[in-house]
Design a protein around this ligand. Structure first.
Ligand code: URP
Ligand code: ZN
Ligand code: ZN
Length: 466
């Protein structure tokens, strides 16, 4: 079966082209002007639309058990929502397993969660919850036999990693061809500030933000940059950056040619800490917290000037009803995380491209090309080149929509972006040539998604990011 996308504006991380795109058996097989349909071929008219690589969201948490609760989106509802939002591949951050478990323990569990459920393609980041010789020895097999070429470690939460073990992890992951990703927050600073707030009876949602100021995150970013440098210049990826101070540290490291990259999320670009003062402020509790408008503005500069590399969602959903019931007004008891996997592409297209902050090519780099290059999905994904998977989104810049949770496809009971106006409408998403969403409706199939064995981290490929 063939599909021919005609009359659109093809966009990749490098530029824009008035070309048609021919797909055969789920693969891009021809690009050019005035391609004519031959044989059995569905023609998709994209006149006036952008035709772009499908979104790659490299930060989701489907079905995650965070100890006090389990997120309400599993690999079906989460990927269904992703597909409806123009994302064709996700790379999920696996949750912690039992104390002392191997790296394969969580990998095997997550394969069971996702197989037969995911509606789009998927991979997993390894999770490091302790370091010993066995874990270090297991890393090579995870990368080369299992296709897990990135790992996350946390500097806070239950399984925080101390500096000595961070160094060992960074060093070994570099040796085996993996990218280290990190949740950077200073655990001691959080504990110190949180204790003082709780002692003073200050437990409203705004106090969650006050317990984790930007210095708490930026200090941990600076520390990780320096540890990575001392671990033989190990490649490092900072997840969910929320502030400009941390970004300044990253810029400094990059000026010195250190291999560090950084992700931010739509909520850090579009929602500020005023949300915590609303009656429903508990809807916005996540870590790092939402910041002041000044920090949002500083992140937008980074998105536009190339110092931020990717935009992912950190989709981690707990219904508002559950949050209220569990927290009962006390932020320390509220599970952390926000939904958003369905809105990333439309929000960044509207507030980035349509508002003139970034070009369509930069949009592709942030949402697809750069994630593919960093996380071992390139050249199969993240581009519209011949031989790549036909993962494609079609955006009509003339149409608009308003985000309403009632029209979304996740299992949450709210959207943090309720009422947001988006200029530019996603009209179709194809994953390996299969139309998985059309005009905001899910048209895919549970279980269609394939596990993607990712390639080892490659600094030559990463160096060509847009
Ligand atoms: O609050 C958040 N971000 N929850 C998800 C887990 C994490 O830290 O990424
Ligand atoms: Zn995190
Ligand atoms: Zn996360």
């Amino acid at each position: 079966m063939k599909q021919l996308i005609k009359n659109g504006i093809l966009v990749d991380s490098e530029g824009q082209y008035y070309q048609d795109l021919l797909i055969e058996n789920g693969i891009i097989c021809q690009r050019g002007n005035d391609i004519e349909p031959e044989g059995r071929c569905e023609v998709i008219d994209a006149t006036g639309c952008y035709v772009m690589p499908g979104g790659i969201d490299v930060h989701t948490h489907f079905n995650i058990d965070v100890g006090i609760a389990r997120s309400c989106d599993d690999f079906f509802s989460g990927t269904r929502a992703a597909a409806c939002g123009g994302t064709t591949t996700i790379v999920d951050h696996m949750g912690f397993g039992p104390a002392g478990c191997s790296l394969h323990h969580q990998l095997n569990l997550y394969h069971r969660y996702a197989a037969g459920n995911a509606a789009i393609d998927y991979g997993f980041h390894g999770v490091i919850q302790h370091i010993d010789d066995d874990i270090l020895a297991e890393m090579a097999g995870m990368v080369h036999d299992e296709g897990i070429s990135s790992f996350k470690l946390y500097l806070t939460y239950h399984y925080k990693i101390n500096d000595a073990d961070v160094l060992r992890a960074l060093w070994q992951l570099r040796q085996v061809g993996a990218l280290t990703t990190v949740h950077p927050e200073n655990d001691a600073a959080i504990a110190f500030r949180r204790a003082a707030l709780v002692a003073a009876g200050k437990t409203a949602p705004i106090h969650h933000a006050l317990s984790r100021p930007i210095e708490c995150e930026a200090e941990a970013i600076g520390r990780m940059i320096n540890l990575a440098r001392m671990a033989d210049n190990a490649p490092l990826y900072i997840v969910h950056l929320s502030n400009g101070l941390g970004l300044d540290y990253l810029r400094l490291a990059r000026q010195q040619r250190q291999p560090v990259w950084v992700e931010t999320c739509p909520h850090y670009l579009l929602l500020n800490e005023q949300c915590y003062l609303r009656d429903d402020g508990a809807k916005y509790i996540l870590s790092p917290p939402l910041r002041s408008q000044q920090e949002l503005d500083r992140l937008w500069v980074g998105v536009a000037d190339g110092s931020i590399d990717t935009v992912a969602t950190d989709h981690c959903t707990f219904p508002y009803q559950q949050r209220q019931a569990m927290a009962a007004g006390d932020f320390t008891r509220c599970p952390n995380g926000l939904p958003g996997v369905e809105n990333r592409m439309a929000l960044l297209f509207s507030h980035g491209v349509m508002s003139g902050r970034i070009s369509p090519s930069r949009f592709v780099a942030l949402t697809s090309g750069n994630p593919a290059r960093l996380f071992g999905l390139w050249p199969r994904k993240g581009n519209l080149n011949l031989g790549a998977d036909a993962d494609v989104v079609i955006f009509d810049p003339r149409q608009s929509s308003v985000i309403r949770h009632s029209q979304l496809h996740d299992n949450a009971d709210y959207s943090p972006y309720e009422g947001f106006h988006c200029q530019g409408r996603l009209i179709m998403t194809l994953c390996r040539g299969e139309v998985v969403s059309r005009n905001g409706e899910f048209t895919g199939q549970q279980g269609f998604g394939q596990f993607i064995r990712r390639r080892p981290f490659n600094d030559q490929i990463a160096a060509k990011m847009g």
